[in-house]
Design a protein around this ligand. Sequence first.
Ligand SMILES: Cc1ncc(COP(=O)(O)O)c(C=O)c1O
Length: 504
Amino acid sequence: MTSPMAARVAVTNSNGGRLSQPTDGCGQAPAVGSNDTPRHAPYMPRPDVAARSWVQDVLAHNGPIYLRIVNSLERTVRRGGLAPGHRLPSQRALAQQLGVDLTTVTRAFDEARKRGLIEARGPQGSFIAPPKAGFDQRVDLSMNLPPVPDADGLAEMLRRGAAAVLTRSNAPNLMTYHLGGGNPTDRHAAVRWMQPMLGAVHDACLVLTEGAQVALAAILVSQGRDGDAILCDTLVYPGLLQAAAALGRRLLPVDSDEHGMCPEALARQARDSGSRLVYLNPTCQNPTALTLPLQRRQALARVLEREDLLALEDDPYWHLAEDAPTPLAALAPDHVFYIATLSKVISPGLRTAFVHCPSAAHAEAMTAALRATRLMGHPLVSALASQLLLDGSAQALLAQVRSEARERTRMARYLLAPSLLVRAEGLHAWCRVPSPWTDAALVRTAQLQGLAIAPSSAFCPPSVVHQQGVRLSLGLATDRRQLESALRRIDRLLLSDALPAIER
Ligand SMILES: Cc1ncc(COP(=O)(O)O)c(C=O)c1O
């Protein structure tokens, strides 16, 4: 018999997002919202994920076998690949399958029971245990961070990377001043990382920084002065708001439509204001999750060239988008600072971003601004980031992050009501806030329930009339079960008839 979770079909929701519906087991998708099928049927992982063998996972890791068995079980349960009530093979069968002693498997099952992962049911065998009640568990949906699908693997990658750096480098050289925009090895790593996005990467145009935020501030310092205006979207990444405020720059929002910033509005605003700089975050925009289609990018690139503008293309989510279109930097290379941080696809802890400047002169001006504010980067951290990029471990981690992030955005599209969800892509979902809620009331009420979310006010340039919306970050929940429960709670809160208690 086919289980309901074994067969799923893809349909398109009103947001244009693809979502997966449980079927009746015969390939028929029940009508969404029909009486016999609640919209909130349990979210199930994709069959390929569910069926991924945790036993194979044991063989793929290092360390004592009994711990590898427990860790693999834990990882698979966290990913949602083994549901509560799933019966495990007998200890004898598992020992045979893995080619190990029965005592090793018994030790592993004892440890798994202690961790609350499995429960023994006498002669029936061992089963995946129900989740522990999560009383008072705070869930953070307020920060865009890449999910960590395999914490053990991450720790191992860092250990190996750091060991390789210390073995291969000259320690005194790492501990001295480095005043340029990155040493040759770092630049080589940068070229390797940026080539898939940009095609041609020119060494003289490259600058390495400690993350995108540092890059944005350095570009603003090197390309303008107090009181200048920067053109931008009506909702923008809060770090740009902070940098602009600290440096005395005015933000001028440009009109947009469903495809993003309007090219003609950009040209008009540039002429009217005299501004030469425009900030764009064109892939999985923070916070709206919008990705500008190629045609819109081409039209904007033509405006940059015609009006002789410079764009700051902040593109941290490019690797996470489905079919990410060509960056503007590849369409109008002489007019774009392209900023590619590792923060959203590998880890913000590596504090590494690569910037491709419009020319060598722009790169030199930016490097001078960096020197004025922080003298130099962190050679040890840069060396670790370069090592991970050049030995391929960063790309392997990226593949895991991308697959987990896509599964999580898929969950958001399925679990959040179409009347609330505007878009989910990359690491976040953007939702409208229905009346009588305001985003501030929703954020406070959610906080009382242990859920942290980000209000639209956090993304508004000073002159913008505040829109009601919230951003839900999907990467920081410890696992999919926690995320599922948090998304259901937000959904229930917004759709409940109760007036926001806090406002009454
Ligand atoms: C669009 C955008 N740019 C930059 C950043 C920050 O990147 P970094 O950690 O490299 O400074 C973020 C983080 O949320 C972001 O969403």
